[in-house]
Ligand binder design. Structure first.
Ligand code: SF4
Ligand code: SF4
Length: 373
């Protein structure tokens, strides 16, 4: 299977892929919902971190445990667990981020029926004098918890090896982002969504191999590709589990050439020092990469980061993609919008639930927005 078809298939059927992969490699799968889950440590313990995206149409069992005003990521993830669709998972890790994830952790531990469960209580403010030591202590505790629960010993060398693998993956992902931004015709509009989703699902070494193959193919075919007439769009928010949104936008004349999503470019951002103490180096990445709205760096850090991406990637319009009932992103939206408005950068807010708004409705909104650019 060529790498692009592989990523399309993995992102369409993540659970089936994980089941088949586990049958072959026998490795444990640890689920997670948030990019603050310390994947490198899970990987160094010999397990595969598996990102849960939680999009489902019919939420029933989860509603007995969660208020209907919880975001669909949390409700959908719990529903899948209660419906036993996550039978390939051995456990899950819950970083201390938004309220919904924190509450889900308790409900999951009591009801989802997995033997392995971790809470990683990271600091909220990332720039105080004590934040670094606090983060290091939390990561060191997580390492110990992993060793006990998975009955393994995690050496420093194993962590450094995982760090190297993740650094290579993040380098290649960044390269792919830059290729697509430089030449949007080189890959279909929803391609980055599929690649990023696969990056959080597949065995990471296998993913890296396929990603490098894709980059090689692109470097051979780049010269044949033409320019794009579509408007350059940046999509900003938490998660995007809807590849259709990219296609509908493209049909309306826009193309997502960059993003500020935690399941997108934010996942690829930040490198880990391979020569430093591995736990300290992982902590430093969390402290210095762009924060999500559930963490705090400064009152303007996210706005400045967004403006920088808009300028560097020659963005013509920004789509804020807000998962319904996602408080952290909803609280940040007015100030981020103001940042863009002040610089005259057109932007639009699109609210989605498990499924995006009907295609026709979305298309009309995107067409109006793109016409405006
Ligand atoms: S937006 Fe932040 S808290 Fe929410 S899932 Fe992403 S990284 Fe985690
Ligand atoms: S940050 Fe938003 S989308 Fe992510 S889990 Fe929390 S409420 Fe849900």
């Amino acid at each position: 299977m060529n790498p692009f078809d592989l990523f399309a298939s993995v992102s369409r059927s993540p659970y089936a892929h994980a089941r088949a992969e586990k049958k072959n490699d026998g490795k444990k799968r640890i689920g997670y919902f948030c990019s603050y889950a310390p994947e490198e440590l899970v990987h160094a313990a010999g397990a595969i971190p598996f990102r849960l995206f939680g999009a489902r149409r019919d939420i029933r069992a989860a509603d007995a445990h969660l208020q209907s005003y919880c975001c669909s990521l949390v409700r959908g993830g719990l529903e899948d667990a209660l419906q036993k669709e996550l039978d390939f998972l051995d456990g899950a890790v819950f970083p201390h981020t938004c309220d919904s994830i924190q509450r889900l952790s308790d409900i999951w531990r009591l009801n989802a029926g997995f033997p392995i469960h971790f809470d990683v209580v990271m600091p909220v403010k990332l720039n105080t004098s004590s934040a670094r030591q606090y983060m290091i202590d939390v990561l060191a505790k997580f390492r110990k918890d992993l060793e006990e629960s998975l009955q393994v010993s995690i050496s420093d060398d194993a962590i450094v090896e995982s760090i190297r693998l993740y650094n290579r993956i993040r380098d290649r992902l960044e390269k792919l982002y830059l290729i697509r931004s430089g030449n949007p015709e080189s890959l279909p509009p929803s391609a980055m969504n599929m690649v990023m989703k696969s990056a959080m699902i597949m065995d990471r070494a296998v993913f890296l191999e396929a990603l490098e193959q894709l980059l090689e193919t692109l470097s051979n075919t780049k010269a044949q590709s033409g320019g794009s007439k579509r408007k350059r769009i940046l999509i900003s928010g938490g998660i995007c589990n809807h590849p259709d949104i990219y296609d509908v936008l493209a049909e309306a004349g826009g193309d997502v050439v960059w993003d500020d999503l935690c399941t997108g470019y934010r996942y690829a951002g930040g490198r880990i020092d391979e020569s430093a103490d591995p736990i300290e180096a992982i902590a430093d990445r969390y402290l210095t990469r762009m924060a999500c709205p559930a963490k705090h760096l400064s009152n303007t850090a996210r706005g400045e980061h967004l403006l920088e991406a808009v300028r560097e990637q020659k963005i013509e319009g920004v789509v804020f993609l807000l998962l319904k009932f996602c408080d952290p992103h909803a609280f940040d939206y007015p100030y981020l919008k103001q940042f863009l408005d002040d610089k005259g950068i057109p932007n639009i807010l699109v609210e989605v639930e498990e499924q995006p708004a009907p295609e026709g409705q979305l298309r009309t909104r995107f067409e109006t927005f793109v016409d405006m650019l």
